[in-house]
Design a protein around this ligand. Sequence first.
Ligand SMILES: O=C(O)CCC(=O)C(=O)O
Ligand SMILES: [Fe+2]
Length: 553
Amino acid sequence: EMFSSTRQLIKLLAAESRILTAAEDFITQEKERLQSLKDQLKLIRKRYNEGLVPRSPDYQETRGYIVPLPEPPEVEAERVDYVGHPVNAYNLIKTWHSVSYQIVEQSRLNQRGSLAQYDQVNECPIPLLSPTDFHDTMASLSTSMPTQTDISGSIDAIVRLQETYELPTNSTADGVVMGTHASGVLSSRDCYVIARKAEEIRQSGFAIQWYEKALENSYDEWWVKDAFYRLGTLLKGLASYERGLGYLRIAQEMDPENRTVVDMVASAENTVDRNENFTASTYRKPPHEYRRYHVGWLSDYMKLCRGEHFDRDPEVVKALYCTYRYGILPYLRYNEEIFNFNPRIALIYNVIKNRDINMLKDKATAGLSSSRVGDPAKSKLSNERISKTSWLWDTEDERIFKLSKQVADITGLSTQYSTLHSHAEPFQLVNYGIGGQYQPHFDYYENDMLRNVPAFIQDTGDRVATFMFYLSSVKAGGATVFPKLHVRIPAVKGAAAFWFNIRRSGDREPLTQHAGCPVLLGEKWVANKWIRELGQEYNRPCGLTPEATDFDY
Ligand SMILES: O=C(O)CCC(=O)C(=O)O
Ligand SMILES: [Fe+2]
């Protein structure tokens, strides 16, 4: 308290004008912040009203109440189409990250920051923003708000999609992917950020194009001089000295004091002088040919993802066929397409009904968490596997039990579940988002991994077979590929891929190495059923010779 002493009141008097100014500044800043927020929200509302953004299930013209409305299936499909376009996904994430930052973080910062100024003058309380409906709503939505990880993840995704599918830079920047238009474009700054990422992973060819795109209509943004510098340096690095020098000189003009830039200009001038005859640019190849060094082992994977069929024995390809597959029940038969003989890889059509697909997706959605890879005891998050997964157990629902039973009927293998010595694992539901993928891997375990599996599959052997339901088709990308066999299976809703990971000799089959390609447009859902060795002794007996295949019985 200060009322009992004149000295302290004199202090207040002295601080009076400082308090006044600080408070006025605070209000001015808040006004500006709110105005910018208002502008952003107005833009979002406009796009909403123009139908450029699909409405949410609880969208209502009146604000305040959230009344879930029953929605027709095409509305759901429209939303999947929307977020299934990489440019829309990126813009959605970017917009709401920025808005939530301004609303939540800034107002928190401002409150704390401005209060701190008053602390000097003893305690001079100004009222905190009272908890309003708005703040409550924002708090309850905070887990739905994108974070910095989402921003960088979606930038990575765009670069990954470009390198895998060799997407042209210009049309991607215009929001056009495989002829499908996004409802917006990428801004110049986005192009700069993408260029930075492409440069970081040594995709110089693409990086150059993105920098040039970024600079097309930009003059006074803060990043422009950096873009010129990096563009010049990259071109110089690819022996395109003249062009590089041109950009570097602009960078120097914009930032004459910068030593690094000055040195780079000098070095480029030097090189140009020493290579008098060398005037034409050597930077001519298409950008995807400036591949980063470690793409080598992934290149067959990417080729297959693009749908290039290559290096398959024409005799084998000619011999591939479609057939009827009979399950245990004699009246049930399925269309089966053989994709490879040894190891036997097949796609079996129409094995799951839409009703069950929706049931699985609904049940899985609540439990989705980031997919992990590696030894169960020390599994980790990894860029090798970008998706979310959820496990569904036979014991959870009669319908799930029946689906497992159906896998047994179709494959002739046992999928029996029990708390110890299960013959199969629960369904693993996988949902891939923008650019989501699973890089080449084996479904079988290594020896020491087998020791670390959970109790219900302890001592059940390895994953003898994979039965993978496709719960969605994918508009573009998202195929399952076998890089060593040059086999590519498209995701077909309602079908299932089926192969053995273990040979009939009991050895692991490394040719079953496979991958889920990055999703380019649309969404991808699969449900894995991994069948263990235990319980299959009579269903899939050992071969009579070490070379026995699944066609020799
Ligand atoms: O998504 C795919 O196509 C493959 C998935 C896969 O291989 C896995 O989950 O183990
Ligand atoms: Fe797999």
